[in-house]
Design a protein around this ligand. Structure first.
Ligand code: SAM
Length: 342
């Protein structure tokens, strides 16, 4: 059984990204917002600072309230990206992830699910870690997401075309994903296997719902190329190095949540999860340690609320009811520093 004490007991320092709170906007303190009885129904939260510190603070108020967690942590590729480090030793990476995963698990609602994007560098070790922390029986699937539609020409021997998205449910017996349209899936089945006997189709037609597929094609949910092109449009001149496509987040959020549910991303990067959750009328909490919490994520959500979002065509913005968000920090509390909108 994981307790929050485990998270507390482990070092709060991130070896990957030291929070840089010196840049640009300084919002209020998360601690003050919590003490003053802030409500997620009034304001979504963009938190600038180390996620373990923030998750620890969120524990009391948000324990078992979050319906969907999506994280896209540094994969430990050995590369240095312009916006964050991605090269720690393997043991250090696992040590970094462990308390953060434990802290997130505690926030997950009984019927909630966590989706974790990862690649071959740490993916298999992460699976073992998650099995240990969450319990093997909580494992639902290792989704294969086609991140690249054509081979990377500079790759040696094998060009990796996919990432994994590990899916765990807090309680698999309560997980009730919003399944894709049955009609669409039947059509897909008929087109894929036109010569299948009619009895197979009948079986499909009588099924109450169609489960989700574990193979997600780039044509359905976008790929890295699409994500980078979205990022170039949203942040001309300063695109984010490793964004995820909005269509991928839309699928995850729509499968797991209903309007008004809470979505959490503790490795927010350029704010893709928050932007999509905002567009889909979900409440959201996003945490990011780097200065791009302000220069990218905050900028992106502000544009969205102001109606000037460059990636708007990916989703129907008419559905979005305008909601405020607060940018809060988790550095040492300073008095008289009121939480500010946006
Ligand atoms: C792969 S990126 C996420 C990209 C994001 N999915 C997007 O679409 O833009 C991983 C992010 O985790 C952030 N990060 C690393 N360590 C962190 C920590 N301890 N607390 C909060 N964020 C952290 C990095 O700064 C980086 O922005």
């Amino acid at each position: 059984m994981i307790t929050n004490d485990l998270a507390r007991a482990t070092t709060k320092q991130s070896p990957l990204t030291e929070p840089d709170l010196s840049v640009g906007f300084k919002g209020g303190q998360l601690e003050d917002w919590l003490n003053e009885g802030g409500e997620i129904e009034d304001d979504n939260l963009l938190i600038h600072g180390d996620n373990l510190v923030a998750l620890d603070m969120l524990y009391e108020k948000f324990r078992e309230r979050v319906k969907c967690i999506f994280i896209d942590p540094p994969y430990n590729t050995g590369l240095g990206f312009s916006q964050y480090k991605d090269d720690v030793d393997h043991a250090g990476w696992l040590k970094f992830m462990e308390p953060r995963l434990s802290a997130m698990w505690e926030l997950l609602a009984p019927e909630g699910a966590i989706w974790i994007a990862i690649d071959d560098h740490e993916g298999h070790y992460l699976k073992v870690l998650c099995d240990r922390l969450f319990g093997r029986s909580s494992f639902i699937s290792s989704i294969i997401w086609q991140k690249r539609a054509v081979p990377k020409i500079t790759a040696t021997n094998v060009s990796s075309s996919h990432d994994y998205i590990l899916l765990y449910a807090k309680d698999p017996s309560l997980l009730n994903l919003n399944f894709p349209s049955k009609t669409k899936e039947i059509e897909h089945f008929r087109n894929t296997y036109p010569s299948s006997p009619l009895s197979d189709w009948a079986h499909w037609e009588s099924a109450e719902k169609t489960p989700i597929r574990s193979l997600w094609l780039s044509s359905e949910v976008g790929d890295n190329e699409e994500a980078k092109s979205e990022s170039r449009e949203i942040f001309p001149g300063d695109p984010f190095a490793t964004p995820k496509p909005e269509r991928l987040l839309a699928r995850i959020i729509e499968y797991t949540t209903a309007t008004g549910d809470i979505v959490l991303d503790a490795f927010a990067g350029s704010g893709t999860t928050a932007a999509v959750a905002q567009k889909l009328n979900r409440h959201w909490i996003s945490i990011e340690a780097g200065e791009h919490a302000i220069t990218h994520a905050r900028f992106r959500i502000t544009q969205l609320l102001e109606g000037t979002d460059a990636s708007a065509p990916t989703l129907d913005l008419n559905q979005m009811s305008q909601k405020a968000f607060k940018t809060l920090t988790v550095d040492a509390p300073t008095k008289n520093n009121e939480a500010q909108k946006q």
